[in-house]
Each structure stands twice: as structure tokens, then as C-alpha cells.
Design a protein around this ligand. Structure first.
Ligand SMILES: Nc1ncnc2c1ncn2[C@@H]1O[C@H](COP(=O)(O)OP(=O)(O)OP(=O)(O)O)[C@@H](O)[C@H]1O
Ligand SMILES: [Mg+2]
Length: 370
């Protein structure tokens, strides 16, 4: 894997550190995103959209978010050998420098596709796909040594985490788990039994309260903290709460005040940034603030993986936020909270990754990206 232009873990990486920082597995979709529609298309009509972008989606969002933050990221996924599969593979491997050694191409199987339409701030999606001939859980075999593995807690085999996840754990990987909305509304508390070997769990408040049968985000956090060393509950525009038992820290941070154009995927970017901060041994408050910043930068742009910020975007933001430290009371509070970036931003190379890189821009035609 080529070295990232900026390695945020350079200072903490031991000589015998695993070759991979973050290993993830899941389904990659080809996402086609239409933006700026005046209304949701009605039966029998055709609408013209102002903007359009194509990008790898699904698990690619998480992998790309982690990689743009400089984490050495490896993905195990099934890719078709059709043109959409070529595009997703090329974008991730050559454009984003994600290690696909553990991914596989399949011949008699086509790429899963999602068409997403954004009207106002709501997204409507249509998806088509079939399960791959062999699932990643079967073809991963022994996972690579990695500092962290990011998983979806709801994904399981007979109620247990997949074998490769347990193997990664026994090789020393820290497990970071998210969970999604349960469309069945059963919120089976048995899902939480899978937290046994998990290091960090970061559901949103609605999911956390539903699974733990609690009435507030704070109580859900306490219930989760009984089960994992690092418990985090995200609260959308209200920020995030966390408890880290390994360092005896408890923290709550507000969200940044931004115009949330497309909140989809905030959770993925948050998780990637939280993982980075934890691997870098940052204080809990800085980790939460950093994750909130990265997700706030992402939701101001359209389009899943295209919107994930790189260090260049973070540096641009900090230069402006820092210059406004004597502005309004809100602006000074932001500058105080993010002062830890002063130790990082000046060390960034000029070429630090920005999301509107040529690779992406050539393939995107979305306001703010193209
Ligand atoms: N409207 C917003 N304004 C500012 N920050 C936001 C907003 N929405 C989300 N965030 C940031 O993103 C983080 C994660 O968002 P949220 O709690 O909505 O997760 P989620 O529901 O898991 O997201 P996803 O829809 O991607 O699964 C929040 O803690 C916050 O820092
Ligand atoms: Mg989520």
C-alpha cells in the first residue's frame, strides 16, 4: 500500500505495528446520486436534476473516510468484473489508495447499484443487487493483522460475530462497532451480547436507546459503558457523549453549527475519525471533537464517499476557525475546543488530501465538488 501523504499515526506506530490500520468488510454499491431535484419524481413523469455524481457507496463510504484521514485501510469486498465493478475498484485502489488485496472479483455476478435522489434534505433510494457468489466472510480466511477492525454489530452468523472478526480480535485488533436502524423495530437486545469482545461501540441516540431499553441518550451511554471499554452515543445536531473506561474519561461535545445539506453517512465519517483518534491515543474530548468536525465537514456536501474530508479540508477549516477566535462567543468556543489541531495542522504537507481532488472532480458534477 503506498504511504499516505500524511500519516497521523507516525508518532505512535511501533516497529512491529500491524501493516494495516483499519480493516473493513462489506458490500460496495455503485452509487448514482441525483441532487437539486425540485420534487420527488411522480409516476409517469421525468424530472431533470441539477447535479449528479457517481461513486462507490455502501462499505466504500467507511473505507474512504478512514483512508482520507490517512489511515492505512484495507477492504474485503466482492466486486463484479463488469464496468461498474471496474469503476469502483479503480476509484478505490488507484484514486483513494485502499488496499484491495483481500477483495475478490466475480465473473457471473453484477455490481449492486443504488440510485439516490436528494429532494430538499431527504433522500429517496432505489437499490438492485444479488448476494455475491461467495460472501467476504467466507473468502477472507485469516484477516490481515490490523490495529482496528470496523464492524456492523447487526451483521452476524448464527447470532455470533463472523469467524474472521473473532480471529482479528485474537490477533490483537481493536473492534469498533456501529449498528444501523432496525427496520423490523424489534431491537433485539441479544445484539448487545455480541459486544463481548468489542472495544468501542458508537450507535446514534435512537439506536442506543432502543437496544438498551433506556429513555435518554445519557442512560443509553451508561448502559453501553457497562459492556465496552469505549462507549459513544452520537446525537446528530446535538453532538456526542462518551465514556472511556481505559482512561477513566467522560466527555460530551456539542456539534458544530453547520448547514446539513446531506446528513447521510455522518455516522461512517464519525466512526473513522473516532478510530483514528483512539489509535493515536488522543484525549477523549479531542477524539469526539475531531469526529464531530469530520462529520460536520462531510454533511455540508452531497454524496457519501465523495463528501468524506481529508486532512487538507481539516487544515482549511482550522485556519479559518482559528482566525475567528476573537469573534463571537460561539467562534471563540470553537477555537478553544479545537486548539489541539495547532499541534497537527502546521505539520501537514501542502499536498494533504482534499476531497475535491482531480480524481474525484473528473467523475463528479455536484455543486462544490466538480
Ligand atoms: N445536523 C448536524 N449538524 C452538525 N453535526 C451533525 C449533524 N448531524 C450529524 N452531525 C455530526 O455527526 C455525528 C453523527 O451523526 P448522527 O448522530 O446523526 O449519526 P447517525 O445517525 O449514525 O448517522 P448515519 O445517518 O450516517 O447513520 C454527530 O455526533 C455530529 O457530530
Ligand atoms: Mg449510524
Amino acid at each position: 500500500m503506498p504511504h499516505p501523504r500524511f500519516d497521523p499515526l507516525a508518532g505512535v506506530r511501533a516497529a512491529d505495528a500491524p501493516p494495516v490500520d483499519v480493516f473493513v468488510s462489506g458490500t460496495v454499491f455503485l452509487d448514482i446520486i441525483f441532487t437539486g431535484l425540485a420534487r420527488t419524481p411522480q409516476p409517469g413523469t421525468e424530472e431533470w436534476a441539477d447535479g449528479m455524481a457517481s461513486c462507490p457507496g455502501g462499505i466504500a463510504n467507511l473505507a474512504i473516510a478512514a483512508r482520507r484521514l490517512g489511515l492505512r485501510t484495507a477492504l474485503a469486498s466482492a466486486f463484479s468484473d463488469d464496468d461498474y465493478g471496474d469503476f469502483c475498484w479503480r476509484t478505490m485502489e488507484s484514486g483513494e489508495h485502499i488496499d484491495l488485496t483481500h477483495s475478490r472479483r466475480f465473473h457471473d455476478w453484477h455490481s449492486p447499484v443504488t440510485v439516490s435522489m436528494s429532494v430538499e434534505r431527504d433522500r429517496t433510494m432505489v437499490t438492485h443487487g444479488h448476494p455475491p457468489p461467495i460472501s467476504p466472510a467466507e473468502f477472507i480466511g485469516c484477516p490481515p493483522r490490523s490495529a482496528a477492525v470496523l464492524i456492523d454489530l447487526a451483521e452476524h452468523v448464527d447470532g455470533e460475530l463472523p469467524t474472521w472478526v473473532r480471529q482479528a480480535r485474537s490477533q490483537g485488533s481493536l473492534l469498533f462497532a456501529d449498528v444501523g436502524w432496525d427496520a423490523t423495530q424489534r431491537w433485539d437486545p441479544g445484539v448487545l451480547d455480541r459486544l463481548d469482545s468489542v472495544h468501542a461501540f458508537f450507535p446514534n441516540a435512537a439506536e442506543a436507546m432502543a437496544y438498551t431499553r433506556t429513555a435518554t441518550a445519557q442512560d443509553a451511554l451508561y448502559a453501553i459503558a457497562d459492556r465496552v471499554p469505549l462507549a459513544v452515543v452520537t446525537r446528530g445536531s446535538e453532538g456526542a457523549l462518551a465514556i472511556d473506561a481505559t482512561s477513566a474519561e467522560e466527555a460530551a461535545v456539542p456539534a458544530l453549527r453547520v448547514d446539513a445539506l446531506d446528513p447521510t453517512g455522518a455516522g461512517d465519517v464519525f466512526g473513522a475519525a473516532l478510530t483514528l483518534g483512539t489509535l493515536a491515543h488522543w484525549p477523549l474530548r479531542d477524539r469526539l471533537s475531531f469526529a464531530s468536525l469530520c462529520s460536520a465537514l462531510a454533511i455540508q456536501q452531497f454524496g457519501g464517499s465523495l463528501a468524506a474530508p481529508g486532512w487538507g479540508d481539516i487544515a482549511d477549516w482550522w485556519r479559518v476557525a482559528r482566525a475567528r477566535r476573537e469573534g463571537t462567543a460561539y467562534e471563540s468556543s470553537v477555537a478553544r475546543r479545537y486548539a489541539f489541531l495547532d499541534a497537527i495542522v502546521p505539520t501537514l504537507p501542502e499536498s494533504a488530501c482534499r476531497r475535491a481532488t482531480a480524481t474525484i472532480a473528473r467523475r463528479a458534477d455536484v455543486e462544490g465538488l466538480g
